[in-house]
Ligand binder design. Structure first.
Ligand code: BG6
Length: 484
Protein backbone atom coordinates (compact mmCIF):
# COMPACT_ATOMS: atom_id res chain seq x y z
CA UNK A 1 0.00 0.00 0.00
CA UNK A 2 2.86 2.32 0.83
CA UNK A 3 4.48 1.81 -2.57
CA UNK A 4 1.28 2.17 -4.51
CA UNK A 5 -0.97 4.53 -2.57
CA UNK A 6 1.53 7.23 -2.07
CA UNK A 7 3.43 6.97 1.18
CA UNK A 8 6.59 7.62 -0.68
CA UNK A 9 5.52 9.49 -3.69
CA UNK A 10 7.75 12.47 -4.33
CA UNK A 11 4.60 14.40 -5.13
CA UNK A 12 2.36 13.87 -2.13
CA UNK A 13 -0.63 11.64 -2.56
CA UNK A 14 -0.90 9.52 -5.66
CA UNK A 15 -3.69 9.33 -8.21
CA UNK A 16 -3.81 6.08 -10.07
CA UNK A 17 -5.26 6.16 -13.56
CA UNK A 18 -8.53 4.22 -13.58
CA UNK A 19 -7.55 2.39 -16.73
CA UNK A 20 -4.09 1.20 -15.63
CA UNK A 21 -3.80 -2.50 -16.51
CA UNK A 22 -1.47 -4.99 -14.83
CA UNK A 23 -0.18 -8.18 -16.32
CA UNK A 24 2.60 -10.65 -16.98
CA UNK A 25 4.28 -11.75 -20.22
CA UNK A 26 5.84 -14.68 -22.08
CA UNK A 27 6.82 -15.49 -25.67
CA UNK A 28 6.01 -18.54 -27.78
CA UNK A 29 9.44 -20.10 -28.37
CA UNK A 30 10.45 -19.46 -24.77
CA UNK A 31 7.57 -21.40 -23.18
CA UNK A 32 5.49 -23.48 -25.58
CA UNK A 33 7.74 -26.43 -26.38
CA UNK A 34 5.98 -28.93 -28.71
CA UNK A 35 8.33 -27.68 -31.38
CA UNK A 36 7.17 -30.14 -34.06
CA UNK A 37 3.79 -31.19 -32.67
CA UNK A 38 0.56 -31.31 -34.67
CA UNK A 39 1.87 -29.85 -37.91
CA UNK A 40 4.07 -27.02 -36.68
CA UNK A 41 7.07 -26.36 -38.93
CA UNK A 42 10.54 -25.08 -38.06
CA UNK A 43 11.25 -21.54 -37.06
CA UNK A 44 14.75 -20.04 -37.00
CA UNK A 45 15.40 -21.13 -33.42
CA UNK A 46 14.32 -24.75 -34.03
CA UNK A 47 16.52 -24.89 -37.08
CA UNK A 48 19.60 -23.10 -35.78
CA UNK A 49 19.76 -24.69 -32.34
CA UNK A 50 19.26 -28.19 -33.72
CA UNK A 51 22.23 -27.54 -35.96
CA UNK A 52 24.28 -25.78 -33.33
CA UNK A 53 23.25 -27.40 -30.02
CA UNK A 54 25.48 -25.19 -27.87
CA UNK A 55 24.16 -21.88 -29.09
CA UNK A 56 22.80 -21.22 -25.55
CA UNK A 57 25.43 -21.32 -22.79
CA UNK A 58 23.92 -24.42 -21.20
CA UNK A 59 23.51 -26.16 -24.59
CA UNK A 60 19.74 -26.26 -24.08
CA UNK A 61 16.87 -25.37 -26.41
CA UNK A 62 13.15 -24.64 -26.49
CA UNK A 63 12.03 -28.06 -27.78
CA UNK A 64 10.03 -28.67 -24.59
CA UNK A 65 10.69 -25.46 -22.59
CA UNK A 66 7.93 -24.92 -20.01
CA UNK A 67 5.65 -27.14 -22.10
CA UNK A 68 2.91 -24.53 -22.17
CA UNK A 69 1.45 -26.01 -25.36
CA UNK A 70 0.10 -28.71 -23.08
CA UNK A 71 0.01 -26.83 -19.77
CA UNK A 72 -1.75 -23.61 -20.78
CA UNK A 73 -4.58 -24.18 -18.30
CA UNK A 74 -2.10 -24.13 -15.44
CA UNK A 75 -0.62 -20.93 -16.89
CA UNK A 76 -4.01 -19.27 -16.81
CA UNK A 77 -4.54 -20.52 -13.26
CA UNK A 78 -1.26 -18.80 -12.30
CA UNK A 79 -2.42 -15.57 -13.88
CA UNK A 80 -5.63 -15.81 -11.89
CA UNK A 81 -3.65 -16.37 -8.72
CA UNK A 82 -1.64 -13.22 -9.46
CA UNK A 83 -4.83 -11.23 -10.00
CA UNK A 84 -3.67 -9.70 -13.29
CA UNK A 85 -5.89 -7.93 -15.81
CA UNK A 86 -4.08 -9.26 -18.88
CA UNK A 87 -1.64 -11.82 -20.21
CA UNK A 88 0.86 -10.86 -22.89
CA UNK A 89 1.90 -13.84 -25.01
CA UNK A 90 3.10 -14.26 -28.58
CA UNK A 91 1.92 -16.35 -31.51
CA UNK A 92 4.15 -18.90 -33.15
CA UNK A 93 3.94 -18.08 -36.87
CA UNK A 94 4.92 -21.62 -37.93
CA UNK A 95 2.40 -23.24 -35.59
CA UNK A 96 -0.37 -21.33 -37.33
CA UNK A 97 1.03 -21.29 -40.88
CA UNK A 98 3.50 -24.12 -41.44
CA UNK A 99 4.25 -23.06 -45.02
CA UNK A 100 4.96 -19.52 -43.70
CA UNK A 101 2.25 -18.22 -46.02
CA UNK A 102 -1.42 -17.92 -45.30
CA UNK A 103 -2.58 -20.37 -47.97
CA UNK A 104 -2.55 -23.21 -45.47
CA UNK A 105 -3.78 -22.84 -41.91
CA UNK A 106 -2.79 -25.41 -39.30
CA UNK A 107 -6.01 -26.26 -37.48
CA UNK A 108 -4.22 -27.60 -34.40
CA UNK A 109 -2.31 -24.33 -34.00
CA UNK A 110 -5.48 -22.30 -34.29
CA UNK A 111 -7.16 -24.55 -31.76
CA UNK A 112 -4.31 -24.10 -29.28
CA UNK A 113 -4.54 -20.30 -29.38
CA UNK A 114 -8.36 -20.39 -29.40
CA UNK A 115 -8.28 -22.51 -26.26
CA UNK A 116 -5.78 -20.21 -24.57
CA UNK A 117 -7.69 -17.05 -25.47
CA UNK A 118 -11.02 -18.55 -24.40
CA UNK A 119 -9.58 -19.80 -21.13
CA UNK A 120 -8.19 -16.31 -20.43
CA UNK A 121 -11.46 -14.57 -21.18
CA UNK A 122 -13.38 -17.08 -19.07
CA UNK A 123 -11.19 -15.92 -16.19
CA UNK A 124 -11.62 -12.25 -17.00
CA UNK A 125 -8.06 -11.84 -18.25
CA UNK A 126 -7.50 -9.85 -21.45
CA UNK A 127 -5.19 -11.39 -24.07
CA UNK A 128 -2.45 -8.98 -25.21
CA UNK A 129 -1.04 -10.70 -28.27
CA UNK A 130 2.35 -10.18 -29.89
CA UNK A 131 2.41 -11.14 -33.57
CA UNK A 132 6.17 -11.50 -33.75
CA UNK A 133 8.46 -12.27 -30.84
CA UNK A 134 11.51 -13.31 -32.88
CA UNK A 135 10.57 -16.83 -34.10
CA UNK A 136 10.68 -16.17 -37.84
CA UNK A 137 9.71 -19.14 -40.04
CA UNK A 138 12.91 -20.82 -41.23
CA UNK A 139 11.57 -20.82 -44.81
CA UNK A 140 11.30 -17.06 -44.81
CA UNK A 141 14.76 -16.78 -43.30
CA UNK A 142 16.10 -18.79 -46.22
CA UNK A 143 14.63 -16.09 -48.42
CA UNK A 144 16.46 -13.42 -46.42
CA UNK A 145 14.06 -12.83 -43.52
CA UNK A 146 14.01 -9.14 -42.63
CA UNK A 147 16.47 -8.38 -45.44
CA UNK A 148 13.96 -9.31 -48.13
CA UNK A 149 11.67 -6.38 -49.04
CA UNK A 150 8.83 -8.88 -49.51
CA UNK A 151 8.73 -9.31 -45.74
CA UNK A 152 6.41 -6.29 -45.71
CA UNK A 153 3.83 -8.26 -47.69
CA UNK A 154 4.46 -11.55 -45.89
CA UNK A 155 4.09 -9.93 -42.49
CA UNK A 156 1.04 -7.96 -43.61
CA UNK A 157 -0.66 -11.14 -44.88
CA UNK A 158 0.21 -13.01 -41.68
CA UNK A 159 -1.17 -10.17 -39.56
CA UNK A 160 -4.37 -10.00 -41.58
CA UNK A 161 -4.96 -13.74 -41.26
CA UNK A 162 -4.39 -13.55 -37.52
CA UNK A 163 -6.82 -10.63 -37.09
CA UNK A 164 -9.44 -12.72 -38.92
CA UNK A 165 -8.79 -15.74 -36.69
CA UNK A 166 -8.62 -14.09 -33.27
CA UNK A 167 -9.61 -10.43 -33.59
CA UNK A 168 -13.16 -11.05 -32.41
CA UNK A 169 -11.69 -11.66 -28.93
CA UNK A 170 -8.25 -10.00 -28.88
CA UNK A 171 -8.35 -6.23 -28.32
CA UNK A 172 -4.65 -5.53 -27.77
CA UNK A 173 -2.19 -6.32 -30.54
CA UNK A 174 1.57 -5.86 -30.53
CA UNK A 175 3.10 -6.06 -34.00
CA UNK A 176 6.80 -6.69 -33.30
CA UNK A 177 8.79 -7.19 -30.12
CA UNK A 178 12.06 -5.26 -29.84
CA UNK A 179 13.28 -4.29 -33.33
CA UNK A 180 16.72 -3.36 -32.00
CA UNK A 181 17.44 -6.85 -30.72
CA UNK A 182 16.21 -8.38 -33.98
CA UNK A 183 18.18 -6.14 -36.36
CA UNK A 184 21.24 -5.36 -34.28
CA UNK A 185 21.83 -8.62 -32.45
CA UNK A 186 20.52 -10.91 -35.18
CA UNK A 187 21.64 -9.23 -38.43
CA UNK A 188 24.39 -6.76 -37.53
CA UNK A 189 25.86 -9.10 -34.96
CA UNK A 190 25.93 -12.81 -34.16
CA UNK A 191 24.35 -12.66 -30.72
CA UNK A 192 20.77 -13.60 -31.53
CA UNK A 193 19.62 -16.12 -34.12
CA UNK A 194 19.79 -15.82 -37.15
CA UNK A 195 23.18 -14.48 -35.96
CA UNK A 196 24.18 -13.28 -39.43
CA UNK A 197 26.92 -10.91 -38.30
CA UNK A 198 26.54 -8.78 -41.42
CA UNK A 199 27.86 -5.53 -40.03
CA UNK A 200 27.70 -2.39 -42.07
CA UNK A 201 24.36 -2.37 -43.83
CA UNK A 202 22.27 -5.39 -42.94
CA UNK A 203 20.99 -4.09 -39.65
CA UNK A 204 19.85 -0.87 -41.32
CA UNK A 205 18.09 -2.77 -44.13
CA UNK A 206 16.43 -4.89 -41.45
CA UNK A 207 15.41 -1.70 -39.61
CA UNK A 208 13.75 -0.18 -42.64
CA UNK A 209 11.91 -3.37 -43.65
CA UNK A 210 10.81 -3.99 -40.10
CA UNK A 211 9.40 -0.48 -39.69
CA UNK A 212 7.52 -0.85 -42.97
CA UNK A 213 6.24 -4.33 -42.07
CA UNK A 214 5.08 -3.09 -38.67
CA UNK A 215 3.34 -0.14 -40.36
CA UNK A 216 1.71 -2.52 -42.85
CA UNK A 217 0.20 -4.57 -40.02
CA UNK A 218 -0.96 -1.36 -38.34
CA UNK A 219 -2.65 -0.06 -41.50
CA UNK A 220 -4.25 -3.42 -42.28
CA UNK A 221 -5.79 -3.40 -38.81
CA UNK A 222 -6.71 0.26 -38.94
CA UNK A 223 -8.37 0.09 -42.33
CA UNK A 224 -9.96 -3.36 -42.36
CA UNK A 225 -10.57 -4.42 -38.78
CA UNK A 226 -10.62 -1.58 -36.29
CA UNK A 227 -14.19 -0.47 -36.85
CA UNK A 228 -15.48 -4.05 -36.44
CA UNK A 229 -13.11 -5.35 -33.79
CA UNK A 230 -12.51 -2.17 -31.79
CA UNK A 231 -9.00 -2.95 -30.61
CA UNK A 232 -5.66 -1.17 -30.44
CA UNK A 233 -2.36 -2.02 -32.07
CA UNK A 234 1.17 -0.92 -31.31
CA UNK A 235 4.86 -1.77 -31.49
CA UNK A 236 7.12 -2.69 -28.56
CA UNK A 237 10.53 -1.03 -28.45
CA UNK A 238 13.28 -2.06 -26.06
CA UNK A 239 14.85 0.81 -24.20
CA UNK A 240 18.01 1.08 -22.21
CA UNK A 241 18.59 4.54 -20.71
CA UNK A 242 22.10 5.82 -21.44
CA UNK A 243 23.31 8.40 -18.95
CA UNK A 244 26.38 10.54 -19.77
CA UNK A 245 29.50 9.60 -17.82
CA UNK A 246 30.11 13.34 -17.26
CA UNK A 247 29.35 16.70 -18.86
CA UNK A 248 31.71 16.04 -21.72
CA UNK A 249 29.72 12.95 -22.69
CA UNK A 250 26.22 14.35 -23.02
CA UNK A 251 26.38 14.02 -26.81
CA UNK A 252 27.70 10.44 -26.52
CA UNK A 253 24.80 9.42 -24.30
CA UNK A 254 22.32 11.02 -26.67
CA UNK A 255 23.89 9.15 -29.58
CA UNK A 256 23.59 5.91 -27.66
CA UNK A 257 19.91 6.52 -26.92
CA UNK A 258 19.20 7.46 -30.53
CA UNK A 259 21.08 4.53 -32.06
CA UNK A 260 19.45 2.05 -29.64
CA UNK A 261 15.83 3.04 -29.66
CA UNK A 262 15.40 6.52 -31.20
CA UNK A 263 15.99 4.94 -34.61
CA UNK A 264 12.71 3.02 -34.16
CA UNK A 265 10.75 5.44 -32.00
CA UNK A 266 11.48 8.64 -33.93
CA UNK A 267 10.01 7.53 -37.29
CA UNK A 268 6.77 6.57 -35.53
CA UNK A 269 6.32 8.97 -32.61
CA UNK A 270 8.26 12.19 -33.31
CA UNK A 271 6.51 15.25 -34.70
CA UNK A 272 7.57 14.80 -38.32
CA UNK A 273 8.69 11.16 -38.48
CA UNK A 274 11.80 9.83 -40.27
CA UNK A 275 15.04 8.68 -38.61
CA UNK A 276 16.67 10.98 -36.05
CA UNK A 277 18.76 13.63 -37.85
CA UNK A 278 21.88 12.63 -35.93
CA UNK A 279 21.65 9.07 -37.28
CA UNK A 280 21.14 10.12 -40.89
CA UNK A 281 24.06 12.56 -40.74
CA UNK A 282 26.45 10.25 -38.88
CA UNK A 283 25.92 7.21 -41.08
CA UNK A 284 26.15 9.32 -44.24
CA UNK A 285 29.40 10.90 -43.04
CA UNK A 286 30.98 7.61 -42.08
CA UNK A 287 29.91 6.05 -45.35
CA UNK A 288 31.63 8.91 -47.21
CA UNK A 289 34.78 8.42 -45.16
CA UNK A 290 34.73 4.77 -46.19
CA UNK A 291 34.58 5.82 -49.83
CA UNK A 292 31.06 4.49 -50.36
CA UNK A 293 28.92 6.20 -52.99
CA UNK A 294 25.89 6.43 -50.70
CA UNK A 295 24.90 6.11 -47.05
CA UNK A 296 24.69 2.62 -45.61
CA UNK A 297 21.41 3.71 -44.04
CA UNK A 298 18.77 3.26 -46.74
CA UNK A 299 16.67 6.39 -46.67
CA UNK A 300 12.93 6.50 -46.15
CA UNK A 301 11.08 8.11 -49.05
CA UNK A 302 8.50 10.84 -48.25
CA UNK A 303 5.72 8.29 -48.79
CA UNK A 304 7.40 5.76 -46.52
CA UNK A 305 7.90 8.40 -43.84
CA UNK A 306 4.19 9.16 -43.99
CA UNK A 307 3.26 5.48 -43.94
CA UNK A 308 5.31 4.79 -40.79
CA UNK A 309 4.59 8.03 -38.97
CA UNK A 310 1.89 7.60 -36.30
CA UNK A 311 1.56 3.86 -37.00
CA UNK A 312 1.19 2.87 -33.35
CA UNK A 313 -1.66 3.60 -30.98
CA UNK A 314 0.66 3.40 -27.97
CA UNK A 315 4.36 3.31 -27.18
CA UNK A 316 5.02 -0.31 -26.16
CA UNK A 317 7.99 -0.05 -23.85
CA UNK A 318 10.32 -2.82 -22.71
CA UNK A 319 12.76 -1.67 -20.08
CA UNK A 320 15.19 -3.57 -17.90
CA UNK A 321 18.18 -1.43 -17.10
CA UNK A 322 20.39 1.57 -17.79
CA UNK A 323 24.04 2.20 -18.64
CA UNK A 324 26.66 4.93 -18.47
CA UNK A 325 27.83 6.13 -21.90
CA UNK A 326 31.01 7.84 -23.00
CA UNK A 327 32.60 8.73 -26.31
CA UNK A 328 34.68 6.09 -27.98
CA UNK A 329 37.13 8.20 -29.97
CA UNK A 330 38.44 5.32 -32.05
CA UNK A 331 35.10 4.62 -33.68
CA UNK A 332 33.70 8.14 -33.49
CA UNK A 333 36.35 9.77 -35.62
CA UNK A 334 37.30 6.92 -37.92
CA UNK A 335 35.60 4.04 -39.54
CA UNK A 336 38.38 1.92 -40.90
CA UNK A 337 36.81 -1.51 -40.77
CA UNK A 338 33.57 -3.16 -39.73
CA UNK A 339 34.77 -4.40 -36.42
CA UNK A 340 31.53 -3.94 -34.53
CA UNK A 341 27.86 -3.93 -35.29
CA UNK A 342 26.98 -0.89 -37.35
CA UNK A 343 24.82 0.82 -34.76
CA UNK A 344 27.55 0.70 -32.13
CA UNK A 345 30.41 1.58 -34.47
CA UNK A 346 28.48 4.40 -36.14
CA UNK A 347 27.28 5.82 -32.85
CA UNK A 348 30.83 5.73 -31.50
CA UNK A 349 30.02 5.26 -27.84
CA UNK A 350 31.07 2.82 -25.17
CA UNK A 351 29.01 1.96 -22.14
CA UNK A 352 29.24 0.21 -18.82
CA UNK A 353 27.14 -0.61 -15.78
CA UNK A 354 28.74 0.44 -12.50
CA UNK A 355 29.09 -2.47 -10.05
CA UNK A 356 27.19 -0.56 -7.38
CA UNK A 357 23.99 -1.00 -9.46
CA UNK A 358 24.16 -4.70 -8.82
CA UNK A 359 21.67 -6.31 -6.48
CA UNK A 360 21.99 -9.97 -5.68
CA UNK A 361 23.96 -12.33 -7.88
CA UNK A 362 22.76 -11.28 -11.26
CA UNK A 363 24.67 -8.90 -13.42
CA UNK A 364 22.24 -9.36 -16.31
CA UNK A 365 19.77 -6.80 -14.99
CA UNK A 366 21.20 -4.01 -12.92
CA UNK A 367 19.14 -1.92 -10.57
CA UNK A 368 18.74 1.68 -11.79
CA UNK A 369 15.08 2.68 -11.47
CA UNK A 370 15.95 6.35 -12.02
CA UNK A 371 16.77 5.38 -15.63
CA UNK A 372 13.19 4.16 -16.02
CA UNK A 373 11.97 7.58 -14.81
CA UNK A 374 14.23 9.28 -17.36
CA UNK A 375 12.91 7.18 -20.25
CA UNK A 376 9.34 7.92 -19.25
CA UNK A 377 10.12 11.65 -18.94
CA UNK A 378 11.79 11.58 -22.38
CA UNK A 379 8.68 10.03 -23.95
CA UNK A 380 6.53 12.65 -22.23
CA UNK A 381 8.63 15.54 -23.44
CA UNK A 382 9.94 14.45 -26.84
CA UNK A 383 7.13 12.23 -28.09
CA UNK A 384 4.30 14.46 -27.03
CA UNK A 385 3.24 12.29 -24.11
CA UNK A 386 2.08 9.41 -26.29
CA UNK A 387 0.33 6.83 -24.06
CA UNK A 388 2.75 4.13 -22.90
CA UNK A 389 2.13 0.43 -22.40
CA UNK A 390 5.02 -1.02 -20.40
CA UNK A 391 5.20 -4.43 -22.05
CA UNK A 392 8.22 -5.88 -20.18
CA UNK A 393 10.07 -5.11 -16.98
CA UNK A 394 11.79 -7.68 -14.83
CA UNK A 395 14.85 -9.03 -13.12
CA UNK A 396 17.12 -11.97 -13.96
CA UNK A 397 18.28 -14.30 -11.24
CA UNK A 398 19.80 -17.74 -10.83
CA UNK A 399 16.89 -19.52 -9.20
CA UNK A 400 15.41 -20.03 -5.76
CA UNK A 401 11.96 -19.34 -4.41
CA UNK A 402 13.01 -16.55 -2.04
CA UNK A 403 13.90 -13.97 -4.67
CA UNK A 404 14.34 -10.89 -2.53
CA UNK A 405 16.39 -9.16 -5.23
CA UNK A 406 13.52 -9.40 -7.65
CA UNK A 407 11.17 -8.00 -4.99
CA UNK A 408 13.54 -5.05 -4.49
CA UNK A 409 13.70 -4.57 -8.24
CA UNK A 410 9.92 -4.57 -8.73
CA UNK A 411 9.42 -2.25 -5.77
CA UNK A 412 11.89 0.27 -7.18
CA UNK A 413 10.71 0.16 -10.79
CA UNK A 414 6.98 0.20 -9.99
CA UNK A 415 7.60 3.13 -7.69
CA UNK A 416 9.45 4.95 -10.49
CA UNK A 417 6.51 4.28 -12.81
CA UNK A 418 4.08 5.69 -10.25
CA UNK A 419 6.23 8.80 -9.88
CA UNK A 420 6.15 9.20 -13.65
CA UNK A 421 2.36 8.98 -13.58
CA UNK A 422 2.34 11.73 -10.96
CA UNK A 423 4.57 13.78 -13.21
CA UNK A 424 2.10 13.47 -16.07
CA UNK A 425 3.04 10.30 -17.95
CA UNK A 426 0.05 8.56 -19.46
CA UNK A 427 0.63 4.88 -18.69
CA UNK A 428 -1.93 2.34 -19.84
CA UNK A 429 -0.34 -0.89 -18.64
CA UNK A 430 2.49 -2.48 -16.71
CA UNK A 431 3.80 -5.97 -17.55
CA UNK A 432 6.11 -8.11 -15.47
CA UNK A 433 8.57 -10.24 -17.43
CA UNK A 434 8.05 -13.07 -16.93
CA UNK A 435 5.07 -15.08 -15.76
CA UNK A 436 7.36 -18.09 -15.41
CA UNK A 437 10.91 -19.29 -16.01
CA UNK A 438 11.52 -20.00 -19.65
CA UNK A 439 14.16 -20.57 -22.29
CA UNK A 440 16.26 -17.41 -22.21
CA UNK A 441 17.68 -16.77 -25.68
CA UNK A 442 21.37 -16.73 -24.76
CA UNK A 443 21.39 -18.15 -21.27
CA UNK A 444 19.05 -21.07 -21.72
CA UNK A 445 17.72 -22.20 -18.34
CA UNK A 446 20.69 -20.86 -16.39
CA UNK A 447 19.06 -17.50 -15.93
CA UNK A 448 15.44 -16.96 -15.00
CA UNK A 449 12.91 -14.17 -14.77
CA UNK A 450 9.86 -16.08 -13.55
CA UNK A 451 7.37 -15.00 -10.95
CA UNK A 452 6.79 -18.75 -10.99
CA UNK A 453 9.71 -21.13 -10.84
CA UNK A 454 9.53 -23.97 -13.34
CA UNK A 455 11.30 -27.23 -12.55
CA UNK A 456 12.90 -28.13 -15.87
CA UNK A 457 14.27 -31.39 -14.47
CA UNK A 458 10.78 -32.73 -13.91
CA UNK A 459 9.00 -33.86 -17.08
CA UNK A 460 5.68 -32.52 -15.78
CA UNK A 461 7.24 -29.04 -15.52
CA UNK A 462 5.68 -28.06 -12.17
CA UNK A 463 5.37 -24.34 -11.50
CA UNK A 464 5.77 -22.84 -8.00
CA UNK A 465 5.21 -19.20 -7.05
CA UNK A 466 8.24 -17.26 -5.86
CA UNK A 467 8.23 -14.59 -3.19
CA UNK A 468 8.09 -11.96 -5.96
CA UNK A 469 4.76 -13.47 -7.10
CA UNK A 470 3.32 -12.89 -3.62
CA UNK A 471 4.76 -9.38 -3.60
CA UNK A 472 3.06 -8.55 -6.89
CA UNK A 473 -0.22 -10.05 -5.69
CA UNK A 474 -0.14 -7.56 -2.80
CA UNK A 475 0.85 -4.69 -5.11
CA UNK A 476 -1.93 -5.57 -7.55
CA UNK A 477 -4.49 -5.68 -4.73
CA UNK A 478 -3.18 -2.32 -3.53
CA UNK A 479 -3.73 -0.92 -7.01
CA UNK A 480 -7.37 -1.91 -6.84
CA UNK A 481 -7.83 -0.48 -3.35
CA UNK A 482 -6.00 2.76 -4.09
CA UNK A 483 -8.00 3.38 -7.23
CA UNK A 484 -11.18 3.53 -5.17
C1 BG6 B 1 13.64 -9.13 -23.75
C2 BG6 B 1 12.90 -10.13 -24.58
O1 BG6 B 1 14.65 -8.61 -24.53
O2 BG6 B 1 14.28 -9.54 -22.61
C3 BG6 B 1 12.53 -11.39 -23.83
O3 BG6 B 1 11.75 -9.57 -25.16
C4 BG6 B 1 13.71 -11.83 -23.00
O4 BG6 B 1 12.10 -12.35 -24.74
C5 BG6 B 1 14.04 -10.77 -21.97
O5 BG6 B 1 13.50 -13.06 -22.41
C6 BG6 B 1 15.26 -11.10 -21.13
O6 BG6 B 1 16.37 -11.09 -21.94
P1 BG6 B 1 17.85 -11.47 -21.55
O7 BG6 B 1 18.65 -10.66 -22.49
O8 BG6 B 1 18.11 -11.08 -20.15
O9 BG6 B 1 17.97 -12.92 -21.77
Amino acid sequence: LVVVCGGYSRHGSRRLPDDLLLGAATASYQIEGAWDADGKSENIFDYAIHNQPCYAIDCSNGDVAANSYYLYKRDVEMLRELGVNFYRFSLSWTRLFPTSFTDKINKAGVEYYNNLIDELLKNNIQPVVTLFHWDMPQKLQQLGGWLNNNIVDWFGDYAEAVFVLFGDRVKYWITVNEPFQICEFGYGNAILIPALNLTGEADYICTKNLLLAHARAYHVYDELFRSKQDGIIFITISTEWFEPADNSNIEAANDANQFWWGIYAHPIFSKHGDYPRIIKERVALKSRVQGLPRSRLPELSPDEIKYIHGSSDLFGLNHYSSAIAYRNASTYYYYSSFTGPSHDADAGYMSYKPPEWKIGESDRTMYAPWGFSKILAYIRNVYNNVPVFITENGFASHGGLVDDDRVTYYRGYISAMLDAIDEGSYIIGYTAWSLMDNFEWWNGYRENYGLYEVDFNDTSRPRTPRKSAFFLIVIFIAFVICKR
